[in-house]
Design a protein around this ligand. Structure first.
Ligand code: DQA
Length: 147
């Protein structure tokens, strides 16, 4: 099984950006934590982080035929991007939406997610652990479907 972890704008600044909300650990720390879990689960994992909406759309399109599932934190684009939603619908790859914080408990403009209703699950407000839960969820789902 191959899972692609896609992170949107400013996630590269983890550790620096608003540590009271996003924590003190870096994006590299996040990647290595997910890699360790992927090793334990015996699956392959890929990573893309971009600050550009079109690059995220490209990443979703290029995942078609190459990855079995996606973990997606579109960051600020969660609340604005019809293009990311359309790309997800086009490729129809099982996706879990992850947010480090709980956007629903923050400013009103974060309460809308353009992807939530087309994702298999949304995991919010659990920090880095949310990505681990998403990976475990997708592996369990894949193994129950593929046998
Ligand atoms: C975020 C929440 C978004 O509202 C915000 O724009 C982000 C990060 C999160 O992981 O909590 O950049 O997606």
């Amino acid at each position: 099984m191959k899972v692609l972890v896609i992170n949107g704008p400013n996630i590269n600044l983890l550790g620096l950006r608003e540590p009271t909300i996003y924590g003190k650990d870096s994006y590299d720390d996040l990647v290595s934590m997910i890699r360790d879990e992927a090793d334990k689960l015996g699956i392959e994992v890929g990573f893309i982080q971009s600050n550009h909406e079109g690059a995220l759309v490209d990443a979703i399109q290029n995942a078609y035929g190459n990855f079995d599932a996606l973990i997606l934190n579109p960051a600020a684009y969660t609340h604005t991007s019809v293009a990311i939603r359309d790309a997800l619908k086009a490729v129809s790859i099982p996706t879990v939406e992850v947010h480090l914080s709980d956007p629903d408990s923050r400013e009103d403009f974060r309460k809308v997610s353009y992807i939530r209703d087309i994702c298999e699950a949304s995991i919010v407000g659990k920090g880095f652990k949310g990505y681990i839960e998403a990976l475990q969820y997708l592996v369990k789902r894949y193994r129950s479907v593929e046998g």
